[in-house]
Design a protein around this ligand. Structure first.
Ligand code: FMN
Length: 180
């Protein structure tokens, strides 16, 4: 299949995740185009057989550029198998109220864009202190403390479960191929 992998990222972890996803799909014989939604001008998602969209949660919201991309491509996306990868730190934890919020963000963010993802996967992201300014460093230390985690602001920490992500992507691609 020809598969589009389109993402928005603020500190870079979703780009890393989408590179991994692209390599995984290409390794399984698919033709993949990896695209930052900031560079999507002129793109027609109808050129592809299936699409993966990905974005990260910041203060309870996804990147507006990702939602704008979904709105612009909603017609083509609705007719193809799609997977939405939502990257967050809450997905690294088990708190039921955090998970309820993550599910609501994934469910509702694209409502006004007119797109409903075919499948949603929550992916744990990373603390990237190397990318944060003073305010963000302070905010993220506070968030970590709220979750009972100790973080060292001198080093980044990744929570992404690459094995689980790879298995989910393989499974989605298999069922997408069957739907064609
Ligand atoms: C200022 C800020 C706010 C964040 N807010 C949330 C949040 O509300 N919920 C959450 O689960 N994670 C939150 N995160 C964690 C990010 O989703 C996580 O670091 C993710 O890996 C970022 O992906 P990116 O590097 O692709 O932007 C926040 C991170 C930052 C820096």
């Amino acid at each position: 299949m020809r598969i589009l992998v389109a993402y928005a990222t603020t500190e870079g972890q979703t780009r890393k995740i989408c590179r991994f996803v692209s390599d995984r799909l290409a390794g399984n014989g698919h033709t993949v185009e990896l695209l930052n939604v900031a560079d999507a001008e002129g793109l027609d998602a109808a050129r592809f057989d299936a699409a993966v969209l990905a974005g990260s949660v910041h203060v309870g919201k996804l990147q507006p550029a990702l939602i704008a991309f979904a709105r612009a491509q909603a017609g083509a996306l609705a007719e193809r198998p799609t997977l939405f990868l939502q990257v967050s730190l809450a997905a690294a934890g088990q708190a039921p109220e955090d998970w309820e919020e993550l599910r609501a963000i994934a469910r509702e963010s694209f409502d006004e864009a007119g797109w409903t993802p075919g499948r949603i996967e929550h992916v744990a992201g990373a603390f990237r202190f190397s990318e944060y300014d003073f305010f963000r460093t302070w905010a993220m230390r506070w968030i970590a403390a709220q979750q009972g985690q100790k973080v060292d602001p001198k080093s980044d920490r990744e929570y992404t479960d690459w094995g689980a992500l790879g298995a989910a992507v393989d499974d989605w691609a298999r069922s997408a191929a069957e739907q064609r």
